[in-house]
Design a protein around this ligand. Structure first.
Ligand code: NAP
Length: 515
């Protein structure tokens, strides 16, 4: 019997032993910098001439690793291997597949700080953020293993006398998993293992900014007993290898997490039926957000300010769930704004390898340039209260930035910036606040800070987001507790870490027998 699911606790770094263990993990990882990593296809290690060079965004000169890069020929080879492996992997017992996830979770738990340390260095995550990312990866494995055990015999249906009806799920085929850099472990691992445990084979194309942590995870799955060919690790350029795999007639489904524009592109391309293709591809897409925290006039204003700051600037605002809009009722607007500015000024920006750092760099030069452009736009659209500056001489550092008095239709209130930039908008009353909150093409997360029960109930009905939080921030969903995924341009509303997520990776079969 597998014990009931419980989420992985976060590490308390005020405990000296934990701090020391994390520092040791950082040293261990540093000692491995600059190594070459091959692709893995059918269990074989494949090295290519062309490499993806993964760097530390806090220190551009530090090379985390050089990762072989798949091209179309290699992607084709990987597809053949995955297609072949599907024949037998789809027939393995669900219990055996679930066991691999549980063993992998145990391996990662033992090497928890090491994985987090890779993310400190490769993604620029501060300690706590990296620790939470690793914990979430463990949670996905533990949770989906149990979900598969629940779903393995299907769901009971009625039968008439003389008839036996069975309704059960079978795998789909080869899945292409395309993951983002911002949760380089949790989302990459979660989308991969959900596809595997349901009996599909996988071509994993991680984000080009964070391929090393993905390689390390592929190794763990191998160690946990995943047979060769079931998971094929093929980093490469999104536009080259990504398009090729999305278009491929043997691709059965695509599990994508990333930006709105790439998600739309994949959705459109996947809809086209190519010669030799005998199915309609399924797309599971988790895309961007323009998330808001609404502050009512009857509210704990200190909680509001703390929640806004943590949600806006945690991991430099590079979360799909990050708060980029604070919508505050005019009665308390100045009070909340001033407190947010005060708290923001206290945040420590710097090297995430130092424990005291709250905010590290943004991921790369193009993210840095894009965010700085939005800050210039923000200066036209609002009142700069704090921040507004950046420094990309050593790493890609941007000060946490707050703009006040921004119009609901301004660009910085509409477009996903994906950086440490927060816009404040004033609302006349609670209805107006909800109207502003819903005035976006996205619908991922949102929060309401209020003591007014009627307003909370109104928000429950009318605030159109996939993940709505009351009296807390809008980030930090926990697997199995807050299934996660958004509406509208935030994706296909697949709820990762929820009870119906695995079903998206399978198809239901009904068998009816007369006797
Ligand atoms: P991105 O630029 O869209 O990239 C995501 C992945 O797509 C990467 O692996 C990328 O590869 C690949 N890709 C790029 N072009 C492609 C193409 N033409 N065909 C197939 N794949 C392609 O997003 P990101 O910058 O990594 O991540 C940030 C975005 O993800 C934000 O918008 C954020 O809101 C969203 N996100 C959403 C969720 C959610 O649950 N809703 C969670 C996390 C992040 P390369 O790296 O090689 O370009």
């Amino acid at each position: 019997m597998v014990p009931p699911y419980k989420h992985e606790p976060l590490t308390d770094f005020t405990v000296e032993a934990n701090k020391k263990a994390f520092e040791d993990a950082l040293k261990k990882v540093e000692a491995e910098f600059g190594k070459d990593y091959p692709l893995t296809i059918g269990g074989e290690r494949v090295s290519t001439e062309e490499k993806i060079v993964s760097i530390n965004p806090a220190n551009k000169t530090e090379v985390i690793g050089r990762v072989s890069k798949a091209n179309k020929d290699i992607a084709e080879k990987a597809m053949k291997v995955a297609d072949e492996a599907f024949r037998w992997w789809s027939k393995t017992r669900p219990e055996a597949r679930a066991d691999i996830l549980l063993r992998a979770a145990a391996i990662v738990r033992r090497r928890k700080h090491e994985f987090s340390a890779w993310m400190v260095k490769e993604a620029g995550k501060p300690w706590k953020e990296a620790d939470a990312d690793t914990a979430e990866a463990i949670d996905f494995m533990e949770y989906y293993a149990r979900q598969m055990l629940k779903l393995k015999d299907g769901i009971p249906v009625e039968s008439r006398p003389g008839e036996t009806n069975r309704f059960f799920y079978i795998p789909l085929g080869v899945g292409v998993v395309i993951s983002p850099w911002n949760f380089p472990f949790a989302i990459m691992a979660g989308t991969t293992v959900a596809s595997l445990v349901t009996g599909n084979t996988v071509l994993l194309k991680p984000a080009s900014a964070t391929p090393v942590v993905a390689y390390k995870f592929a190794e763990v799955l191998e160690e946990a007993g995943l047979p060769a060919g079931v998971l094929n690790y093929i980093p490469g350029s999104g536009s080259e290898v990504g398009d090729y795999l999305v278009d491929h007639p043997r691709t059965r489904f695509i599990s994508f997490t990333g930006s709105r524009d790439v998600g739309i592109r994949i959705y459109e391309r996947a809809a086209k039926v190519h010669p030799g293709q005998i199915w309609l591809k399924r797309v599971i897409a988790e895309m961007g957000g323009k998330d808001a925290i609404v502050v009512d006039k009857e509210a704990d204003l200190e909680l509001a300010a703390q929640s806004i700051v943590a949600s806006a600037f945690g991991f430099s605002g590079q979360k799909c769930s990050a708060c980029s809009r604070a919508i505050v009722l005019e009665d308390v607007y100045d009070q909340v704004l001033n407190r947010v500015v005060e708290l923001t000024k206290q945040l420590k920006v710097g090297d995430p390898a130092e424990q005291s750092t709250f905010m590290g760099p943004v991921i790369d030069q193009s993210a840095y340039n894009k965010i700085m452009e939005y800050i210039e736009i923000g200066k036209q659209e609002g009142r700069l209260m704090t921040g507004g500056a950046g420094d990309d001489s050593k790493g890609f550092f941007i000060q946490p930035t707050v703009f006040a008095d921004v119009d609901a239709n301004a660009r910085i209130m509409q477009e996903e910036i994906f950086g440490p930039v927060l816009a404040f908008a004033k609302a006349k009353d609670f209805d107006h606040a909800l109207e502003i909150a819903n005035n976006t093409e996205y619908g991922l997360t949102g929060a309401v800070i209020s003591r007014n029960r009627a307003n909370l109930e109104k928000a429950r009905e009318e605030f159109h987001v996939g993940n709505l939080y009351f009296n807390r921030g809008c980030t930090g969903a926990i697997v199995g507790y807050q299934p996660f995924g958004g509406f509208n341009m935030s994706g296909t509303d697949s709820k990762a870490g929820g009870p119906d997520y695995l079903i998206l990776h399978m198809q239901a079969k009904t068998v009816s027998e007369m006797f």
